[in-house]
Design a protein around this ligand. Structure first.
Ligand SMILES: C=C1C[C@]23C[C@H]1CC[C@H]2[C@@]12CCC[C@@](C)(C(=O)O1)[C@H]2[C@@H]3C(=O)O
Ligand SMILES: O=C(O)CCC(=O)C(=O)O
Ligand SMILES: [Fe+2]
Length: 387
């Protein structure tokens, strides 16, 4: 498991003392008042999610739901990645019991008194622990959420939060990390398989057999308390994930919204009990040489319901340089991105946020014009150390 440390010159601030105890606030403070957001479908409670979602082919309106037992899963996933950059999966073999347990562990954590949570506050130059969203510094207003990031072992944080009774949290998180690692590796190989990529083309990723070899990950617990004025608040501002892929578990309250090229506005991803959402991340976009878009997404909040989400942010091992896969590159399709490690990319994201991908780009096709001049970014100072 990795240890990721932000270097001190990072642009990301993580001052936990900005924290209001959101669950006790009855009026939206100015610090959290965003201008009203279009497509904020958040003022009415979500009905209980449907127990058995119907797998669908891609259509224009809703994010596809893909049954991993479907014999055409590879093609369906490939199509969803090209057209949406996001899809939901069912029959993924993660037990409902484990999904419920991790949700409960998150609820237990966020319902602790603020003083206790602050004992595990994310250090100013760090990545793991309790804090506001890392991307907060790029926005003038604060988000209506609190987060907890775990890298590798949860033990240190569990001891800070529950000095006597840390076992329960650790057991659940460790079991979840193990299962998610296998699933992330399997889904990654389904995504790559549909591009014709085989094990010989990618030697760090440990094959698609579900052994889980290769990647590193961060686990992010997000809590969105009920909000007195949801249409003026923002749970988690629009972003793409700096990952190969992200596995997102959302509790039974909707809030996740995505965009899709060609579609107008935000599209809600409805929660389905037992289904997991998969996001194509920026590093998969690079690997696929731009064939798979990384999905722009955000989380909105709700007037009456508390919402919890758990994101398993999956990336490559620290020393691996990620670049467009050789098989996808030829004279007609030059590499669009320069090689970059996950740590370097996290540093770039911390500095440039939504311009991060662009800053790694080699050639921007403009009316067929190839432009190699915007590779001006070495970002050595903002490298994030992984491993
Ligand atoms: C491995 C990762 C990926 C991180 C940074 C680091 C740990 C925490 C992740 C998130 C989780 C919440 C959204 C995000 C945008 C954020 O603010 O923190 C993510 C970010 C990224 O995907 O860039
Ligand atoms: O809460 C959600 O639905 C989104 C969370 C998310 O985007 C993240 O943790 O990266
Ligand atoms: Fe995200």
């Amino acid at each position: 498991m990795p240890s990721i440390k932000l270097s001190s010159d990072s642009n990301i601030t993580s001052n936990p003392h900005k924290f209001l105890d959101l669950s006790s606030v009855t009026e939206l403070p100015d610090t959290h008042a965003w201008t009203p957001q279009p497509d904020h479908e958040c003022s009415s409670p979500t009905p209980t999610p449907t127990p058995t979602p119907t797998p669908s082919k891609c259509n224009d309106e809703s994010v596809p739901i893909i049954d991993l037992n479907n014999e055409n899963a590879t093609e369906l996933i490939g199509h969803a990645c090209r057209t949406w950059g996001v899809f939901q999966i069912i029959n993924h073999n993660i037990s409902q019991k484990l999904l419920d347990e991790v949700e409960l562990a998150g609820k237990r954590l966020f319902s602790l008194p603020m003083q206790q949570k602050l004992r595990a506050a994310r250090p100013h130059d760090g990545i793991s622990g309790y804090g506001v969203a890392r991307i907060s510094s790029f926005f003038p207003k604060l988000m209506w959420s609190e987060g907890f990031t775990i890298l590798g072992s949860p033990l240190e944080h569990a001891l800070q939060l529950w000095p006597q009774d840390y076992h329960k949290f650790c057991d659940t998180i460790e079991k979840y990390q193990k299962e998610m690692q296998k699933l992330a590796n399997r889904v990654m190989w389904l995504m790559l398989g549909s591009l014709g990529i085989t094990e010989e083309d990618l030697n760090w990723a440990g094959g698609g057999g579900g052994g889980g070899g290769g990647g590193c990950a961060a686990l992010q617990l997000n809590s969105y308390p009920a909000c007195p004025e949801p249409e003026r608040a923002m749970g988690l501002a629009a972003h793409t994930d700096s990952t190969i892929l992200t596995i997102l578990q959302q509790s039974n309250t909707s809030g996740l919204q995505v965009t899709r090229e060609g579609a107008v506005g935000w599209i809600t991803v409805p929660p389905h009990r037992g289904a997991l959402v998969i996001h194509v991340g920026d590093l998969m976009h690079i690997l696929s040489n731009g064939l798979y878009p990384s999905v722009l997404h955000r989380a909105v909040v709700n007037r009456t319901r508390h919402r919890l989400s758990v994101a398993y942010l999956y990336g490559p091992p620290s020393s691996v340089k990620i670049s467009p896969l050789t098989k996808l590159v030829d004279n007609l399709h030059p590499p669009l991105y320069r090689p970059i490690t996950w740590s370097e990319y996290l540093g770039t994201k911390a500095k440039h946020f939504d311009k991060a991908l662009k800053s790694v780009r080699l050639c921007a096709p403009r009316n067929g014009f190839v432009d190699n001049n915007n590779n001006n970014n070495n970002d050595h100072n903002s490298t994030v150390k992984v491993g």
